[in-house]
Write a protein that binds this ligand. Structure first.
Ligand code: HEC
Length: 257
């Protein structure tokens, strides 16, 4: 009987030790180079997870605390230059979010607090000069845009700028053949075939929103000045693939869904 009790005590200690011990799991490419290294503690990611390119250069670094992204998240180009840098707390964006040009200069900067985009966003030209700054939560605040020699091009309340852009929504130059349906095809993967699904389970329903409202949201995504769910950069990528006329046509199409 005593022996059995001792055995159980010993086994519990072994199991306890194996779950509390920190461990590092490494994956390798076929050529033997390291692909990924992840640190665990209490079987949760803890510490910096690193991914590498086949040539051995670092691809990404993501800091974890108790299984959640907490700290920095950095993505590097294959030549070793940093491309994107984000700060997180408790799995949510928190702090500065920066995107860089290939020459290492800052291209875009936004701030987050507890997953929400705050303050204003700023974008720069490759030569380092300010391209625009846009408010993120109040359309009454001033939007400013410059050209690459520093001359002011636009300075007005953001809402007014968006209104002016959306003014001619119905007067799309007639080089557009599509009804907008074909531009919507890639969107339906996330927003549903009829635009009636919350994308990634999170976005608002887009079907039936007024065309000018949708188009103004496109412009905000284009500028990086909208992020409702922490996935705004994903939509920035989506709208970057379409011309202004195509975006207008698409907005008209979605409003009819
Ligand atoms: C990979 C999934 C995905 C794809 C593809 C996608 N979206 Fe989205 N979309 C989202 C998510 C997620 C959001 C919420 C983004 C945020 O946090 O602001 C969103 C937000 C939107 C919004 C703003 C909704 C609101 O009222 O706040 C519009 C409009 C929109 N998408 C239109 C489109 C269009 C048009 C396309 C195709 C060109 C498209 N989306 C492609 C995931 C996607």
């Amino acid at each position: 009987m005593k022996k059995i009790v001792w055995f159980i005590v010993l086994m519990s200690m072994v199991i306890f030790a194996s779950t509390t011990t920190a461990k590092v799991i490494k994956e390798y490419y076929e050529n033997g180079n390291i692909k990924k290294s992840t640190s665990y503690r209490f079987n949760q990611k803890n510490g910096v997870e690193k991914e590498y390119y086949l040539n051995g250069n670092i691809m990404s670094e993501t800091e974890y605390k108790n299984g959640k992204i907490d700290g920095f998240g950095r993505i590097y180009l294959i030549n070793g230059r940093i491309e994107r840098e984000r700060s997180y707390m408790n799995d949510k964006l928190n702090g500065v979010n920066k995107i860089y040009f290939k020459n290492g200069n800052l291209s875009f900067q936004a701030y987050y607090s507890d997953g929400k985009i705050t303050k204003e966003v700023r974008a720069f030209f490759e030569n380092g000069k300010l391209k625009y700054k846009a408010p993120v939560s109040n359309d009454e605040e001033i939007f400013e845009m410059y050209n690459n020699n520093g001359t002011l091009v636009v300075k007005m309340p953001f809402g007014k700028y968006l209104d002016e852009k959306a003014k001619n929504l119905n007067k799309i130059s007639k080089n557009i053949e599509s009804t907008g349906e074909e531009y919507f095809a890639p969107c339906s993967a996330c927003h549903g075939a009829d635009g009636g699904f919350p994308a990634l389970g999170k976005s608002k329903i887009i079907a039936g929103q007024p065309a000018d409202v949708i188009y103004k949201k496109f412009i905000k995504y284009q500028l990086g000045a909208k992020d409702e769910t922490g996935n705004g950069s994903l939509m920035t990528g989506q709208v970057a693939m379409l011309t202004d006329d195509q975006l207008k046509q698409l907005a008209l199409y979605i409003s009819q869904l």
